[in-house]
Write a protein that binds this ligand. Sequence first.
Ligand code: SF4
Length: 675
Amino acid sequence: MNQNGIIKAVCPLDCPDQCGLLVHKKNGKIIKVAGDPDHPVTQGHICNKVRHMADRINDENRLKYPLKRVGPKGSGQFERITWGEALETITAHWKNLIQTDGPESILPYSFYGNMGNLSAEGMDRRFFHRLGASQLDRSICSSAGSAGYKYTMGGSFGVDPEDTIHSKLFIFWGINAVSTNMHQVALAQKARKQNGAKIIVIDVHRNQTGRLADWFIPILPGTDSALALGIMHILFAEDLVAEDFLQKYTVGQEELREHVLQYDPSTVSGITGVPVEDIYKLARMYGKSSPSYIRIGNGPQHHDNGGMFVRTVACLPALTGQWLVKGGGAIKGNGGYLAHNEIRLQRPDLLKNKNTRIINMNLLGDALLTLDPPVKSLFVYGSNPAVVAPNGNKVREGLAREDLFTVVHDLFLTDTAKYADIILPATSSFENTDFYTSYWHHYIQLQQPVIEPFGEAKSNVEVFRLLAKGMGFDEQAFAETEAEMIGAALDHPRNPYLEGIDFEGLAEHHYLKANVKPLFPGKLPTPSGKIELYSEKMKANGHPPLPTYIPLKEDGDFDYSFVPAPNHNFLNSTFSNNQKHTTLEKEPRLHMNVRDAVAEGIEDGTKVRVWNHRGECVLKVSVGENVLPGVLATQGLWANQKGTQQLVNSLTPDRIADMGGGATFFSGRVKVEKI
Ligand code: SF4
């Protein structure tokens, strides 16, 4: 490995842009991370988070060697041990547990802290399948919306984002894209400059993206499907629908036409808080602009009715026939195009008991506190549930259980790691071999080690290889190299878009574009092969078969909707422990409408206690017009700053959304009081 140079790399974060990077290296250390100007989509531009990534990679606070706990859980008192002792302690404990309580007493808990497919869902899955551990339903992020979109479109298939440069109208719906999909914003701004495209942002919070819009439409939380239905009402009523497209490529258009009569603008305005004239203006702009493009965000799907929202808004481009226009249509997620061979990568055949229980990760608190038979051991990697999981007080109470044997594999002593019995130091993505598949653009990228592992850190693949050895698992699956695993994952005859893409090609070119064909006139993977405006499958699964507004569930007698959204400089809790990022972000703020502030006697900058039946936080208020009356919004998952005072997930519900086992982070209600 060269000690100096500029090396191509890929951003590992859970972000749709999946930027191409150039890592600058001197004397064996990363000194700078920049964008790769040759990358066809991201073109050399990267966000603030990753521009300062070198500081994080070289941070002296990174974990350098394995640790064992020597103080009370949560106290952060650990002492150094060897890898041998760490692995022996873990495997001895698990062998015992398997004897006494069975393998399902062990629960892996992970998410996409590193989006590399081997790191996030490779050797770990093989290992836990072979172990027979409880399975985790990884539904904390986009699963409700993906399930909803699938009912309409058959899978995660949208337009090629590169085509949106031709769009005349961009609707960013419930996405702070400036912070979470910046290259889509760049495309929109370019289109605005080149073809006079208009940018509309619909959101509960006038955030960075709302501020750059030509038109920002504030909306009450959890009412987005009603607005989409109101748009449909006007499109049908004013003959702004593409009848040819509806006849050829959809099912249920007549039922939908009848059904949306009830969503007249006045009714919809009463639900959403959007004025009647704005609903007309929005529907007419959408109906008359072509190409028009909707970027469907994750925000509105973090609700009790989140799946139905995405299912509903996904019908809009069908009504206007936009799927046939280059640059028209929508993206919720494009992961379907780059789907790899999960069976070969994850080896579910190694799981002998096909009835092994599945635990929804949004219910971690319950899983640790009340599940019977109980979870006796937890292995956490690529995630920080003490901060990011909903109903956080419950989660932390569970993690504090003395009889819970917890192992954490991470780069830092996170809030979750403080509860661990054993901590294993993790490599960063720049120390690993892995492959990355964007869920927005159509490129697959390869990462190969740029630097040596930090201290004694090991990759996720290596840790599970060693654990397999310690458990006495001798299947060939645990001996495969990273290159072999990538080769197997890319060998996926059922996905024609991956044809011709293999490890060798990626090693030569760093990134390759999937061979994606236009969605139409092809058949969609829905039961009818068409866009399902009416879905028999939804009916069979207990949902209304037509797009429908379903109000949020009761969440106690509290005055305000509470929306804890992402901020600009963190990615969930990643970077919340890095000084540069916290300095840039300054402090978490609670956005409150001026009318509510006057009624509460709260001034800008006042510290308030935000509370409900689940917990409390202490936040400083920003008074203004950034949210509607009755709504409170904050940004960022702050950790390691002021104890638990800023852990906003202390307030969020752990109810499960209508579809996909999804999370309902934004469906909570709270009260506020001055401190
Ligand atoms: S976080 Fe997103 S925008 Fe930032 S560098 Fe990574 S992929 Fe690019």
